[in-house]
Design a binder for this molecule. Sequence first.
Ligand SMILES: *[C@@H]1O[C@H](CO)[C@@H](O)[C@H](O)[C@H]1NC(C)=O
Ligand SMILES: *[C@@H]1O[C@H](CO)[C@@H](O)[C@H](O)[C@H]1NC(C)=O
Length: 329
Amino acid sequence: MGQFEQMLYMAIAYLLFVQSYPQKDNSIRFIAFGDGGGLPHPPYTTNVQKATANEMGRVAQESGADFVLNVGDNFYYRGVNNVNDLRFKETFENVFTAPSIVNIPWYILAGNHDHLGNVSAQIAYSRISKRWNFPDLYYELSFKIPNIDVSATILMIDTVVICGNTDKDNQPKGPKKYHLAQKQLQWIQEKLARSRSDYLIVAGHYPVWSIGKHGPTPCLVKHLKPLLEKYNVTAYISGHDHSLQFIRKDDGTGYIVTGSGTFIDKSTAHIKKIPTSWLQFYNAKISALGGFTLIEMSPVHLVVSYRQPYGMVVFQTILPRRKLTSNEN
Ligand SMILES: *[C@@H]1O[C@H](CO)[C@@H](O)[C@H](O)[C@H]1NC(C)=O
Ligand SMILES: *[C@@H]1O[C@H](CO)[C@@H](O)[C@H](O)[C@H]1NC(C)=O
């Protein structure tokens, strides 16, 4: 190859690189994953959790991830006992070790297994670990894409408070405290109604839609889905079913299930619960050793990229910026 061709190839390679990894200043990216709670006995982790954690480190490094969103079931099978529980070290600190995910914030919420233990201790751990951010059972995150006027809001919610805990593998049995469920739903409604953000994301543990072993959560289909639709929520991110899924009806909210942080369950038991056309992606290959999503919010759109060890991009899709009607401005 002549020198000129070589330079041309390098220029093209560079342009392709720049295109797939837009200037960091112009977007926000984060890793979202769930059900990364390891095991309650030695080695306190699984091969799936280790491989997923390593791939998260690699992808965070390569893409310059700004933060990690953890959608619950942080410690199997009964959460933690107190803030000094060795599980914080054995299942979390010792597993997610790459500098690219050690040195960025993690935003945490609780899943059904966490609620079987001491969730206050998980909240209190925020004072001990620099990366662990779990200020309350539910809270709001706001971001501005640097240098341009594009904003994003993420509501971290507690679906166990809203719907109750599960008994074995059944559906949640209804909230333990009805008034706390109502109070949180009210908070969600008010936050969504007021949001002018270009990207509006809600994250919780239980899925709204899923074709996996647990399937859709009727309580959320009834109480949360209408709010997500009414306020044009860009995406709802959840775990609980141990697979990767992308479900979307036409141009509505994108439903992301990313629950293969420790285990993989290839069940498609609830495939009949949603129209075939809504299911745009499903993956629960045991051999793939887990996975997660990388979400990039750019000035033009949001890209959801489903990742698995080792270096596999198994699905990618785009969600548009919200269109806010002018009379609401
Ligand atoms: C939960 O953890 C906190 C922080 O370690 C502790 O103060 C509290 O006593 C624990 N609650 C129970 C019921 O063990
Ligand atoms: C949601 O999007 C639709 C269609 O783009 C629009 O007509 C509606 O006003 C939007 N609602 C809100 C709350 O932004």
